[in-house]
Design a binder for this molecule. Structure first.
Ligand code: SF4
Ligand code: SF4
Length: 368
């Protein structure tokens, strides 16, 4: 049986501008029907790394928040500390980036909440039955929310092939420790060449897994939990994520984290903007030219079906040039495989369906 994925193609008019159209789409999809007055609703989204311009604009988010607040709910916009050291790796700078990108609680009627706290210490272990994990480290405020909405920007991704609902839930709801587990499952890489022996990482490690030996940091892998805190402490770039991962294993770990993000919630919804489809993630600190024309907005209760639909729509769309796409593509070609030939992102969809997160078969319901 196919799942319904509701679709609007972004056409507007004077009589029916964006706010009216998006509310019509959401009402038709019925995904907010079970949200009750006073519910604390987490809207998981990406505020964009500093320098990124293709994240979902607060102007597009505002009417979605309005729909929830008009029904009496109390939505908040949430994200978590990043694994890499950038402008969003701790909660204070992250909140500042969100404010600079226009996510103003007074304008939007919903505050920004960094759901794992200022140093990713607000975490809960969520039980799942996966191939790789029995528990996953999820941001506490996402677990505590009464309902969870994933608000996704569909785009390419260097490690996952593409990113939509599953990726937003998996990486985005995970603590730094959870992100580390998805990427490599072990501790960080240590570059002795870069290490100055300052000892900042030793002081930060809560597990006694780091010490200074002969003026350089050394990791005890037996004690390391992979929490990632030491990487944030090092100002010399000596501690880094090991991004050399086995792609299918990485994708399966990612899907298990998406399952854990959803597990505490009986009420979930997924909204995907298939617009400004950049070849790379919103974490990259820049937004390269889109690889296809803006396609539309998708809404569903099924994170697998919505990702499959977004992928199909992007691949059916004409390729845009100039862009990072290799020359000579035609509509129907797989744009993400063309960008990252070694990464088959559909493995995540297949595994998510196997885990029971949703279906790859969908019915596109056009709401115009
Ligand atoms: S914080 Fe970085 S430079 Fe300082 S001891 Fe640790 S690894 Fe070396
Ligand atoms: S990842 Fe966490 S546990 Fe491992 S060495 Fe770094 S701070 Fe310690």
């Amino acid at each position: 049986m196919a799942t319904d994925v509701f679709f609007w193609n972004l056409r507007t008019s004077m009589k029916s501008p964006y706010a009216k159209r998006i509310r019509r789409l959401l009402a038709r999809a019925g995904v907010f029907r079970d949200i009750q007055p006073k519910d604390l609703v987490a809207i998981k989204m990406h505020f964009g790394e500093a320098g990124t311009t293709s994240f979902v604009s607060p102007l597009l988010v505002a009417p979605i928040v309005d729909m929830l607040t008009l029904g009496g709910a109390r939505p908040f916009l949430g994200d978590t500390c990043t694994l890499y050291v950038g402008q969003r790796y701790e909660g204070v700078s992250h909140a500042l980036v969100a404010a600079r990108h226009g996510f103003d609680p007074i304008r939007l009627g919903a505050p920004v909440v960094l759901a794992d706290g200022i140093r990713s210490g607000n975490q809960r272990e969520v039980r799942i039955a996966g191939r790789h994990f029995e528990t996953c480290s999820i941001a506490g405020d996402f677990v505590d929310a009464d309902a969870l909405v994933s608000l996704n920007h569909f785009k390419g991704h260097m490690l996952a092939g593409f990113g939509g609902a599953l990726k937003n839930l998996a990486m985005g709801c995970a603590t730094v420790r959870g992100k580390m587990q998805q990427h490599c499952g072990m501790g960080p890489n240590l570059s002795s060449r870069r290490c100055t022996g300052c000892g900042a990482c030793v002081a930060r490690c809560l597990y006694g897994a780091l010490e200074l030996r002969e003026g350089k940091a050394a990791i005890d892998r037996e004690k390391c939990t992979g929490c990632g805190a030491c990487m944030h402490a090092c100002e010399f770039g000596a501690l880094n994520v090991d991004f050399k991962v086995n792609t299918p294993v990485f994708l399966e770990r990612m899907v298990e984290y998406a399952a854990a993000a959803l597990a505490p919630h009986a009420r979930t919804a997924h909204i995907t903007f298939v617009s400004l489809v950049s070849p790379g993630c919103d974490c990259e600190g820049h937004s390269d030219a889109p690889i296809c024309p803006d396609v539309g907005v998708l809404v569903s209760r099924d994170p697998v079906a919505i990702d499959q639909a977004a992928l199909d729509l992007v691949n059916q769309a004409p390729p845009l040039y100039p862009s990072a796409l290799p020359k000579g593509l035609v509509p129907g070609d797989d744009k993400f495989r063309a960008l990252h030939p070694d990464v088959d992102g559909t493995h995540a969809l297949a595994y998510a369906a196997e885990l029971g997160l949703g279906r790859r078969e969908y019915r596109l319901v056009k709401v115009y």
